[in-house]
Design a protein around this ligand. Structure first.
Ligand SMILES: C[S@@+](CC[C@H](N)C(=O)[O-])C[C@H]1O[C@@H](n2cnc3c(N)ncnc32)[C@H](O)[C@@H]1O
Length: 236
């Protein structure tokens, strides 16, 4: 299987009911604390009463976390996968009434968002940017929908920086598809995951792409030795 003939959105539709559980199994729960780091940064950056878009929102965990931290924000989760959105909406209805009002989920493709230029103060995207092909269209759209001075926060898997982590990860990434398959019963999605991480720019390379798309002060922070990266930048 190559990335070319794999239908990414269909893959997420297939694994949606098992997605959260598979993440827990594959990262031993660590994905929750990495995502929390992104949410804290985004929550700190958002002006009072502002609008935040969580792109590639999946099952909605970024928005649920940010809603706890900043109940004043208007939160929109966008994703092209109807299966993932169904899970997000199910979790949404299970939550407290005061968190329901300001969260909405919409079916949107990150390559062509329906929002006007300058619609959002903050855009977040966790483990989603790698799925937007070509990357240039995703970055162009993120920049377009941000207000001038608005900020983007990207969480994404990458190539580990530390030698020991690199070695460990090289072997671990070989068994990831088996763990994902066991939980979700759909192996192609997890084969795609490891292949797409291998081919995706990480650390300073991704920062260079943000520069190229005229984001201001792009920077990165390696989490867990570079298994995961948190990027941030703002729109001029
Ligand atoms: C690995 S999940 C991440 C979900 C969630 N953000 C999280 O932190 O768990 C990747 C998400 O990217 C979405 N996706 C795939 N292609 C996309 C595109 N072209 N535009 C926006 N999102 C896309 C998938 O449907 C999926 O929900």
């Amino acid at each position: 299987m190559t990335n070319k003939n794999y239908n990414i959105v269909e893959g997420f539709n297939q694994i949606a009911p098992a997605y959260d559980l598979a993440n827990d199994a594959m990262t031993m729960g660590l994905h929750r604390s990495w995502r929390k780091t992104l949410c804290r940064r985004a929550a700190d950056a958002a002006p009072r009463g502002s609008r935040l878009l969580d792109l590639a929102t999946g099952t909605g965990d970024v928005l649920f976390e940010i809603a706890e931290l900043r109940p004043d924000l208007e939160l929109i989760g966008a994703d092209p996968s109807s299966g993932m959105l169904a899970q997000a909406r199910r979790k949404h209805t299970e939550r407290k009434a005061n968190q329901l009002k300001k969260i909405s989920f919409v079916q949107e493709d990150g390559r062509s968002l329906s929002y006007k230029e300058g619609s959002f103060d903050v855009v977040t995207i966790s483990w989603g940017i790698r799925n937007i092909n070509p990357l240039s269209e995703g970055l162009r759209e993120i920049r377009r929908v941000l207000k001038p001075g608005g900020q983007v926060f990207v969480l994404e898997s990458g190539q580990p920086e530390w030698k020991a982590v690199k070695l460990f990860y090289r072997y671990y990434s070989k068994i990831l598809p088996f763990i994902g398959e066991r939980v979700s019963k759909y192996r192609p999605a997890y084969q795609y995951y490891t292949q797409s991480v291998d081919g995706f720019p990480s650390g300073s390379e991704f920062v260079a792409r943000l520069h190229e798309f005229q984001f201001r002060q792009p920077r990165y922070e390696a989490l867990a030795g570079g298994v995961v990266y948190l990027y941030s930048a703002s729109k001029m």
